[in-house]
Write a protein that binds this ligand. Structure first.
Ligand SMILES: [Fe+2]
Length: 347
C-alpha cells in the first residue's frame, strides 16, 4: 500500500516532476514490502492436451522459416495477456517442429534449455555439437552459443523451452543474432568430445581450455534410472530429487536457471519448504495433483505449472498409477549468487 500523499503541495509535486524526481517515502512499501516479496506471478497450470491442438494449428498456419521459432508462450496470468514470462525470472513456451523442418540457427544473450515432450527424430545442434532429443531429455543452449533445431522423424515434435529471458530483459541485455545458413553444421569432433566428457574423459590436449558447459544433453533415461535407484536408498518420507549440474564443477548446469528432477512415489505427499525462487514445474511422467498457494492443479504427463516466490506447495502422485516424475525449473542459482536464497518452513 502506498503512503498517504496529501501532505505535499501541488506546486512541490510539480517541481519534483519537472526535475524528474520521485519522493521515495510514497513508494517505499511497494519497493520493499515487509516480510515477503510482493510478486506478480499468478500460479497457473497449462495442460498439454489444451496446448497441443493450438500448437498443431500454428504448424498449419505459420511456416517455421517465417516464425523463426514456432512457440506458444506460457504467459503468466498475473502479468496480463501476452506476458513474455511464466514467473518473475523464467520465460517458458512450447515449441513445435514438423518433419523435415529446421528452426534456423541463431544465438542470444539469455540461456535456454529444452525439455522434450513428444516425438521421435528431433535434434538440436549447439555450437556444432549434435544433441539427439528424446522425451524427458534436458538440452542446454547456453548464452551466446549458436543453435538450431531439426526433425528427421515423423509426426510432430514438441518441447518446453525455458529461458532466463526476464532477467536479461530487466537489465536491458536481451538480444539475438541470426546465423548464416551454414554456421551451425554438426562438428563431429565437438559431438565426440562431448560424449567423452559425459563419461569423465577429456581429450588430453583440450584440458587447458575451460568449457563452462561440458554437458549439454541430460538424457531422461539416465535421470529416471538414477531417481529410481535413489528412491530405494532414502529414508521414508525423504524427497527423491536430483539436481542437474556441470559434472566438472558440481555447480548448477546454467548460471541463472536451476533444474531438479523429482520422483513422487505413488500415494506419498511431498510438502517442500517454501523457497525464495519462483518455479516452473513440468510433468515428465505420471499423473497427480499439486497444491500451489491454495490452488489445486491436477496434472498429467506434458503439463506445466508455475509457482511464485515463497509458494506454499504440496505434490502427490496418483496412487493407482505408480510414481510420477516432475522437473522443477527455478532461478535458485541466481538467488544464491545474489546472496539471497532462502527456504522457510512450510505452514
Ligand atoms: Fe534460441
Amino acid at each position: 500500500m502506498e503512503h498517504e500523499t496529501t501532505e505535499l503541495s501541488r506546486e512541490y509535486r510539480g517541481a519534483l516532476a519537472d526535475a524528474k524526481l520521485t519522493p521515495l517515502w510514497e513508494h517505499l512499501s511497494n519497493a520493499l514490502p515487509h516480510g515477503l516479496p510482493a510478486g506478480l506471478t499468478s500460479a497457473n497450470l497449462w495442460r498439454y492436451q489444451d496446448v497441443r491442438p493450438l500448437l498443431l494449428q500454428a504448424g498449419e498456419q505459420v511456416p517455421v522459416e517465417k516464425a523463426e521459432r514456432r512457440v506458444l508462450v506460457l504467459s503468466d496470468p498475473g502479468r496480463g495477456q501476452a506476458a513474455m514470462q511464466a514467473t518473475g525470472g523464467i520465460y517458458a513456451g512450447i515449441q513445435l517442429i514438423l518433419p523435415g523442418e529446421t528452426a534456423p540457427t541463431h544465438r542470444h544473450s539469455p540461456s535456454a534449455a529444452r525439455v522434450v515432450i513428444e516425438g521421435k527424430g528431433g535434434f538440436t545442434v549447439v555450437n556444432g555439437q549434435r544433441c539427439d532429443m528424446e522425451p524427458g531429455d534436458v538440452i542446454l543452449t547456453p548464452s551466446g552459443q549458436w543453435h538450431d533445431h531439426g526433425h528427421d522423424g515423423v509426426g510432430p515434435f514438441t518441447w518446453l523451452d525455458v529461458l532466463d529471458l526476464p532477467v536479461f530483459t530487466a537489465v536491458e541485455s536481451s538480444y539475438a543474432e541470426p546465423g548464416r545458413a551454414s554456421c551451425n553444421q554438426e562438428d563431429g569432433q565437438a559431438t565426440m568430445q562431448s560424449r567423452f566428457r559425459s563419461n569423465g574423459l577429456a581429450v588430453a590436449h583440450s584440458l587447458q581450455r575451460t568449457n563452462p558447459y561440458p554437458m549439454l544433453r541430460f538424457p531422461w533415461k539416465t535421470t529416471r534410472a538414477a531417481l529410481i535407484e535413489l528412491a530405494d536408498n532414502v529414508a521414508q518420507g525423504e524427497s527423491v530429487e536430483l539436481s542437474y549440474v556441470n559434472p566438472e564443477t558440481g555447480e548448477s548446469c546454467l548460471p541463472i536457471l536451476g533444474f531438479t528432477a523429482i520422483m513422487l512415489p505413488a500415494g506419498q505427499d511431498l510438502t517442500p519448504a517454501r523457497r525464495s525462487p519462483g518455479a516452473v514445474f513440468h510433468v515428465v511422467e505420471g499423473s497427480g495433483e499439486s497444491s500451489v498457494d491454495g490452488k489445486t492443479f491436477a496434472w498429467s504427463a506434458g503439463d506445466t505449472f508455475t509457482a511464485s516466490t515463497f509458494a506454499q506447495l504440496s505434490h502427490r502422485a496418483d496412487t493407482a498409477k505408480g510414481p510420477a516424475f516432475l522437473l522443477r525449473i527455478d532461478d535458485a542459482p541466481l538467488h544464491k549468487k545474489l546472496g539471497f536464497f532462502q527456504e522457510r518452513k512450510s505452514a
